[in-house]
Design a protein around this ligand. Structure first.
Ligand SMILES: [Zn+2]
Length: 209
């Protein structure tokens, strides 16, 4: 798996374009907005976009989805259905965060823990990690040891849990029981900020003491 991080929206959300080197098929994870920038990256990398993957239903992660789907007729996979209320509430999220209104959408496939998502020959494991939102999922590529963790875990921090149906204890449990066991050497792409490894966070993240 090769990938390129594309910060989008005023929140500098790490939208990720990744692709299978064998087939050239690509997916975009969390297209929160700035769709032109995402499409430019697709063109620059010379890959073929085949699906949209979503970690959770927050606006800065999903806001560009309807636009992308309208242009390219892409299937949308994720998050878990517990985040349906966030996606159905996109209009309220736009008002709350001061974003221009975006079109709504319904994922073609709600994901559950243990599912597999494929992009060309790349197979990603789906890990349900609730806490930041109830339907948050993480995408893990065992072959390259890279996890795309959305707003579960950041370098030196963790996701907020003060939103509706957020829960701090649940988030900590998700990180400790579902993410960290993937191994210290796993690199992860967070929803915001720089990349890190699970080992660095296990050892130094103040929220995981
Ligand atoms: Zn979020």
């Amino acid at each position: 798996m090769k990938y390129r991080i594309i910060p989008v929206t005023p929140f500098q959300q790490n939208c990720t374009l990744f692709w299978c080197e064998q087939t050239g098929e690509a997916a975009v994870v969390d297209p929160g907005g700035d769709v032109e920038r995402i499409l430019n990256a697709v063109e620059e990398e010379g890959v073929r976009l085949t699906k949209v993957l979503l970690t959770h239903g927050h606006l800065d992660h999903v806001g560009g989805t309807a636009d992308l789907v309208a242009r390219l007729k892409l299937p949308v996979e994720g998050p878990a259905e517990q985040d349906r209320f966030w996606i159905e509430g996109l209009a309220q999220q736009c008002a709350m965060f001061g974003f221009d209104p975006v079109a709504g959408f319904e994922p073609d496939r709600w994901l559950v823990d243990g599912d597999e998502v494929s992009v060309g020959d790349v197979k990603l494991s789906v890990i349900h990690c609730p806490g930041h939102t109830p339907g948050h999922v993480v995408f893990y590529d065992q072959e390259s040891a890279v996890a795309q963790v959305g707003d579960v875990l950041f370098a030196g921090s963790i996701g907020r849990t003060d939103f509706p149906q957020g829960d701090h204890a649940t988030l900590i449990r998700s990180i400790k029981e579902r993410l960290l066991p993937l191994g210290d050497d796993v690199d992860f792409i967070p929803g915001h900020g720089p990349m890190s490894t699970l080992g660095d966070e296990r050892r130094t993240n103040p929220f995981l003491r």
